[in-house]
Design a protein around this ligand. Structure first.
Ligand SMILES: [Zn+2]
Length: 142
């Protein structure tokens, strides 16, 4: 059984994020919907009735729609707004979405940190900077 979600990095800003991999209902979901239908049949008619089939199919349809919405909503990066699915279809549209996200962030008065999400190479350089230089660059590094 494959995992429902995986941890990965954004292709644009390299920030860590979580993406759902489950795109459709699986066999266990069909069993859950059938069990729920049987329980509802026992609750309403005190016997296993074939009226449970439309209820189970409706529950399965709702599960499929909610799973697909959850998967699609997890694709865009929460920090930079990069959507890999949009990028595959139209790279210019994906770039426009990221640009609009950054412009909205710059105009939002509630966002205190106006900097863009940093790439991992910048973060790595910042972490590796010596702490005893008091902001000065050591002469042997120049
Ligand atoms: Zn990102």
């Amino acid at each position: 059984m494959s995992p429902v979600w995986i941890s990965c990095y954004c292709a644009f800003c390299k920030s860590s994020r979580r993406v759902y991999t489950k795109r459709h209902v699986r066999a266990m979901d069909v069993l859950y919907a059938s069990a729920l239908g049987i329980l509802m049949s026992l609750f309403f008619w005190q016997e296993i009735d074939f009226k449970l089939i439309p209820f189970s199919v409706s529950v399965l349809g709702l599960m499929e729609v909610s799973i697909q919405i959850r998967w699609r909503m997890s694709l865009p990066c929460k920090k930079c707004g990069f959507d890999p699915l949009t990028y595959i279809k139209s790279p210019s549209k994906a770039a426009e979405q990221v640009r609009m996200r950054f412009e909205k962030r710059l105009e939002d008065p509630k966002v205190f940190d106006k900097r863009l999400p940093m790439m991992s190479s910048h973060k790595r350089g910042y972490r590796l900077a010596p702490s005893n230089t008091n902001g000065q660059i050591p002469q042997n590094k120049i």
